[in-house]
Design a protein around this ligand. Structure first.
Ligand code: 5GP
Ligand code: ZN
Length: 122
């Protein structure tokens, strides 16, 4: 945990978020400034800055977390099947355009067009 990290504060319940899923590894909530009809953020419960800090030792919890994303995406409005789908984005470091320094996976979907700032920048 990091005292001043806004995503750690969401994990601790110190600032509000529209949480849609939580388990032992992760918390998933709506992005405050959505780029598409569905825009969720999936974060690990513990403080990790970015994908730049991930090593093979993180494979088990990270694998569990990623394997839950398709169901969470469908349960929260992403369209099923090959005509639907979603985008997963993990901005990492300055060059990756990361603003919040706690690892997060954007889960972006819903019927196009998508007009938000993140989508435009990708
Ligand atoms: P990044 O640019 O770091 O990949 O994305 C950070 C994301 O976090 C942005 O899409 C932004 O809208 C979202 N965000 C920033 N602060 C908050 C907050 O306090 N609550 C929620 N729900 N989302 C936030
Ligand atoms: Zn944090």
């Amino acid at each position: 945990m990091s005292d001043n990290c806004i995503f750690c504060k969401i994990v601790r319940g110190e600032i509000p978020a529209r949480i849609v899923h939580q388990d032992e590894d992760c918390v998933v909530f709506h992005d405050i400034n959505p780029s598409a009809p569905v825009h969720l953020l999936a974060i690990p419960r513990h403080h990790v800055v970015s994908m730049q800090d991930i090593t093979a030792e993180d494979g088990v919890w990270l694998g569990r977390m990623m394997s839950n994303i398709p169901k969470i995406a469908l349960d929260n409005g992403c369209n099923p099947g090959p005509e639907g789908g979603f985008r997963i984005v993990a901005n990492s470091g300055n060059d990756g355009g990361q603003e919040v320094l706690h690892l997060h996976f954007h889960i972006i979907g819903g019927t196009r067009p998508w007009k938000g700032p993140l989508v435009a920048a990708v």
